[in-house]
Design a protein around this ligand. Sequence first.
Ligand code: NAP
Length: 315
Amino acid sequence: MASSSLRFAQPTFPNSILKTKTNTFFVSKNVFPTPVPNKGKASNAHAITKLACVNKTTEIAACNQIIGDVNSKLMPLRIGIIGFGNFGQFIAKGLRRQGHFVLATSRSDYSEYCKQNGMQFFRNMDALCEEQPDVILVCSSILSTENIIRSIPIHKLKPDTIFADVLSVRQFPKNLFLEILPPGFGIVCTHPMFGPESGKNGWNGLPFVFEKVRVTDAGTQAEKCTQFLDIFEQEGCQMVEMTCEEHDRHAAGSQFITHTIGRILSHLNLESTPISTKGYKTLLQLTKNTVSDSFDLYYGLFMYNVNATEQASIL
Ligand code: NAP
């Protein structure tokens, strides 16, 4: 096959950098005409080193390998978000930026928002699960999560579906997933340590904590899990692999304290002055960040992290 005919026979694909088992290839816009902008780490953007197609045979073999990978592994994920409030919408934008499909459902109706942002909204979990997304991403409030997870019609999902969540407490959803989900389902517990306020100018350098609680090598689950975590890596997050238990210990001493102090400060009605010091400005910013989150979130940090009670007793 001549390379010129290959140029027009390829499917479109979001990234212009494709990784095969052995090589990283840069594929020009001429080969894949409609790449989606990828705001990944600079190191990835410059990983264009090995388009070492020294002759046509090698080039064709490389392209065939790429097509194989595109078809078998690297198709965009279909991610079903449950709980499409403040944080669900915020994270959905990142998933879209990375070229994945977003399906969403929530207690409230966000169909108009989804229509305007290239996402699909479903009025209930049954309808969403019938679409059989690759990943179910739970973005509900900590307090409502148990009821929500227990009412997901899991029999409608593919048997290798990956369940992920973004809850700000970690052991609680991990234990819930392990208790409720059938053994074939993958489980990845995550906590993006940022939100709509702290991540409004991008996610670069912000910590993303995760634990691959249960991921099987059989089938495509492991690849899909990697592809899911790659979304955050490509956005430039600082990827931190950590057990849920360890996360909760650290979070009680840092996140819970931060939210508590921020909420106490918010009752003092602090205002900016013409001579505000740097320290005072930090306090104002802290207050702004914490009160923009719902009280449910704060309450969940306290009620669902066993270590938080201990911290509270010190205060
Ligand atoms: P939130 O108040 O913690 O949660 C709001 C979400 O929960 C909305 O989708 C809401 O649905 C749903 N919800 C609340 N009560 C419900 C109920 N009784 N039944 C069904 N759904 C209910 O605010 P959030 O900031 O969007 O946080 C969502 C999740 O992300 C939380 O688990 C939080 O810990 C985590 N997270 C948040 C941040 C952040 O900075 N905000 C950062 C990292 C992780 P409707 O909108 O449809 O009413």
